[in-house]
Design a protein around this ligand. Structure first.
Ligand code: CP
Length: 304
């Protein structure tokens, strides 16, 4: 079993992963040797703080071992992903990969003899969404019937939230004036629409009115943030997106919890005072990446 997105998982299976993450957080000692002798290869084409740290610490705390591999320092950079994965999957028990392109991750998954976890590509970010759902359930004691509003650019995080929410009974409204073309997955959106739990609007004021959670993400993906070739597009995005910033004015009258998958760009998608407000659960949410990683590793390595 791989975890590329949530397409192969039922709502119940996804819910089990969320509940496992909560249980592992509450009973860390029970899982201290669960992955004794197991190795996770973590290979990155892009930068990361949370995904790298959470999976590496998760392996240590579960009794296993993780190897951080920078793509550029390996022969993946000069050879076929298929061939290199044939080797890699003979020496480790699981692979977590952060690739630029989902198509390359699919090649890796096809070549691998061991489970492959998507550490965030241009289409999906499943380990983030499990941490998000876990955080929401911790706050409200349930998922079914909750309402989340995602405000920002329709991207990989947005896709996985849509899948995760609609499969676990959470109503999700997206307010996304910009759609990242490489993130488009019509099948995912059609499946979400069928549940009656997904809608999209540009009426941001109306959308946040009765929201339990308001969620945002960067307007510019990490690989482009400091890229001079993307400077004009970045300026265009900032102009278009500023009216959709999460700030006190937008949240007036709202009692929603505030979420962000991080890294944050203060003063852009979210104002500093909202990050620091009592309704912000952003840092707590980021801390839950560790338990999301543990639940995923335990599942994929056959421990529940
Ligand atoms: N949210 C997230 O995936 O963080 P990193 O990019 O730091 O891993």
């Amino acid at each position: 079993m791989h975890l590329i997105n949530f397409k192969g998982l039922s709502g119940q299976q996804l819910m089990e992963m969320v509940d496992k993450a909560i249980e592992v957080k509450q009973n860390p000692e029970k899982y201290g040797k669960a992955l004794d002798g197991k190795s996770l290869a973590m290979i990155f084409q892009k930068t990361s703080t949370r995904t790298r740290v959470s999976f590496e610490v998760a392996m240590t705390q579960l009794g296993g071992h993780a190897l951080y591999i920078d793509w550029r320092t390996t022969n993946f950079a000069i050879a076929d992903i298929y061939d290199e994965t044939q080797y890699l999957s003979r020496n480790v028990d699981c692979i977590m990969a952060r690739f630029l392109r989902n198509a390359d991750l699919q090649v890796m998954a096809n070549a691998s003899r061991v489970p492959v976890i998507n550490g965030c590509d241009e289409k999906y970010h499943p380990s983030q969404a499990i941490a998000d759902l876990m955080t929401m359930k911790e706050k409200k004691g349930k998922l079914k019937g909750l309402k989340l509003v995602y405000i920002g650019v329709h991207n990989n995080v947005c896709n996985s939230l849509i899948e995760g929410c609609t499969k676990t009974g959470v109503k999700i409204t997206t307010v996304t004036p910009i759609f990242n073309k490489p993130s488009r997955d019509n099948e995912l959106l059609e499946e979400a629409k069928k549940t009656g739990l997904y809608e999209t609007t540009l009426d941001v004021k109306q959308a946040v009115k009765d929201a339990d959670f308001v969620y945002t993400d960067t307007w510019v993906d990490m690989e482009f943030f400091t890229d001079p070739k993307f400077a004009a597009e970045k300026e265009k995005r900032l102009r278009l997106m500023m009216p959709y910033q999460i700030n006190k004015e937008l949240l007036h009258g709202s009692s929603a919890y505030i979420m962000h998958d991080m890294p944050i760009h203060r003063g852009y998608e979210i104002s500093s005072d909202v990050i620091e407000s009592s309704k912000s659960i952003i840092y707590e949410q980021s801390g839950n990446r560790l338990y999301s990683a543990k639940a995923i590793l335990l599942k994929l390595l056959g421990k529940y």
